[in-house]
Design a protein around this ligand. Structure first.
Ligand SMILES: [Zn+2]
Length: 148
């Protein structure tokens, strides 16, 4: 599924509307997918909104609420980002890592991962650069997938 800023929200069975959680539940419990890929992208408007801050777009401020889970990620990246790394790109990567952690708050996904029945992956692409990056969780490192 696609959503604003490619986010996976944390598991929150509160009876409210959760399209991403519903799609994840259907994919894992009904379709029985073996792999879940959280795919971020370059120049993401949702990520830019939380990096740059600014006023709410409306009184309901759906985007602000949706992106609020990433505010702590932005702060952590600001404190640790390498000087030669673009802040927005660093946050886009870190947001994917955060979503991978949120994926594991879904008990039925975590159980299947512990049973090696499902694997989660982090990736990021930038159309304008023609680049695809993959996240290696054991090394906690992003790397460019070379074009063939
Ligand atoms: Zn985006």
């Amino acid at each position: 599924m696609r959503n604003v800023a490619n986010l996976v929200p944390p598991y929150a069975p509160d009876g409210k509307h959760h399209a991403t959680s519903a799609a994840l539940e259907f994919a894992v419990l009904s379709l029985g997918v073996k792999h879940v890929v959280v795919m971020g992208h370059g120049r993401c408007g949702g990520i830019r909104a939380v990096v740059e801050g600014g006023d709410p777009l409306s009184s309901g401020d759906f985007i602000g609420k949706w992106m609020s889970d990433v505010r702590d990620v932005v702060q952590a990246v600001r404190e640790t980002v390498a000087e030669d790394m673009d802040l927005q790109t660093a946050v886009e990567h870190a947001s994917v890592e955060h979503s991978l952690a949120n994926l594991r708050t879904f008990p039925w996904l975590r159980i299947r991962e512990n049973q090696n029945a499902i694997t989660v992956h982090g990736a990021w692409f930038d159309i304008s650069l023609g680049e695809l990056h993959a996240y290696d969780e054991t090394q906690r490192r992003w790397s460019l997938i070379p074009a063939e």
